[in-house]
Design a protein around this ligand. Structure first.
Ligand SMILES: NC(=O)c1ccc[n+]([C@@H]2O[C@H](COP(=O)([O-])OP(=O)(O)OC[C@H]3O[C@@H](n4cnc5c(N)ncnc54)[C@H](OP(=O)(O)O)[C@@H]3O)[C@@H](O)[C@H]2O)c1
Length: 315
């Protein structure tokens, strides 16, 4: 436990502390860095188990992070009780089932946007006044490597994570004058329950999280890397090899990397059946329209120029 680290003994709020990366961050910040952690999640049993393990250094509030009024009530309560808040870690989030965007209901779209993006904005808005009073003010937003290389069938998840990245990078400039640092963390695959939430009980998602289990890092390692980045006050944090590879591809050849990622996924539907709904839809559409992909690709600029005189939409 290094007392020379600015993180030592800080008061930290962590969302999504009941499992995965958030739980590991909580354990390490309390046990190794003597922090006081106020955790946020919904699962009472898991929160109570953490309280039993960590004692007075940990407390929690149960609410849905996509509820703005819950955030306001939470910060008002902290303020009234005279709590000092140094660090806010917006970690909680949800994944989407692999699917074509056109197959998603607006209800699902709104749920993912509210949980992954608005919650971050609500949290920062609610706690900035308290964080500004701290000499050690710091904000960590957990985005994803899909903010750098968005993947097929993950349109809304990738969009929310990309927005969290832009929000964080802009916020870091807003807050520089207050001495408040911001880290935006973009992990690649981490072995947590996140991917298991896709499993509707039919076993189709199993291969998906088996793949994550084989290439991902542990939540413990991810938490270590995040704390290290916080210590160094790093804005852009890529965790780990897979995220760096994605970043490299998008720097060197963004269009090609995007295209090849989709291609690789579409030819891996046998290995990862969870990808199938994304590409099945495309195959059906192809038959429905009566055009082969080859024919579509053969359309040249000249053939497109032959627009009907009345205009494409006129009868
Ligand atoms: N695992 C990965 O491979 C990976 C990769 C890139 C980015 N990430 C990001 O890392 C973050 C943590 O993910 P994880 O892998 O640790 O996931 P996880 O194991 O599924 O944990 C998610 C946590 O968020 C909480 N949560 C979810 N929705 C909530 C809501 N509406 N209100 C309050 N709490 C909520 C859950 O608690 P309750 O169920 O108790 O509410 C849980 O503690 C997420 O933002 C995720 O997008 C993960």
């Amino acid at each position: 436990m290094s007392k020379r680290n600015w993180i030592y003994g800080r008061n930290v709020i962590i969302t999504g502390c009941s499992t995965g990366i958030g739980k590991e961050l909580t354990l390490q910040l309390v046990k190794k860095f003597g922090c006081n952690v106020m955790g946020v999640a919904r699962n009472q049993q898991k929160l109570e188990a953490l309280k039993t393990e960590l004692g007075d250094k940990f407390d929690y509030r149960r609410f849905d992070i996509s509820d703005e009024s819950a955030w306001r009530n939470f910060s008002e309560e902290m303020n009234t009780m005279g709590y000092e808040v140094d660090v806010l870690i917006n970690n909680a989030g949800m994944i989407q089932d692999f699917s074509q965007y056109s197959d998603m209901s607006m209800e699902t779209v709104n749920k993912i946007v509210n949980t992954n993006l608005y919650s971050v904005m609500y949290g920062v808005a609610a706690f900035l006044p308290l964080i500004k009073k701290s000499k050690f003010g710091y904000i960590v937003n957990i985005s994803s490597a899909s903010a750098i290389l968005p993947v097929a069938g993950e349109t809304i998840y990738s969009a929310t994570k990309g927005a969290v990245k832009a929000f964080s990078e802009s916020l870091s400039q807003d807050l520089a004058g207050y001495g408040i640092g911001v880290s935006c963390v973009m992990p690649g695959p981490v072995k947590t329950d996140l991917y298991k939430t896709r499993d509707a009980g039919d076993g189709k998602a199993k291969k998906d999280y088996e793949l994550v289990e084989s290439i991902g890092i542990t939540a413990e390692t991810a938490a270590k890397r995040i704390i290290k980045a916080m210590r160094k006050k790093k804005l852009r944090v890529l965790i780990d090899g897979v995220a760096r590879l994605m970043d490299f591809g998008m720097r060197v050849a963004p269009s090609l990397t995007c295209k090849m990622t989709g291609k690789a996924m579409s030819s891996a539907t046998n290995i990862v059946p969870a990808f199938a709904p994304i590409f099945k839809e495309q195959a059906e559409k192809k038959e429905e329209i009566g055009e082969s992909i080859k024919e579509r690709k053969a359309l040249t600029y000249n053939s497109l120029k032959k627009v009907p005189e009345k205009g494409a939409f006129s009868k």
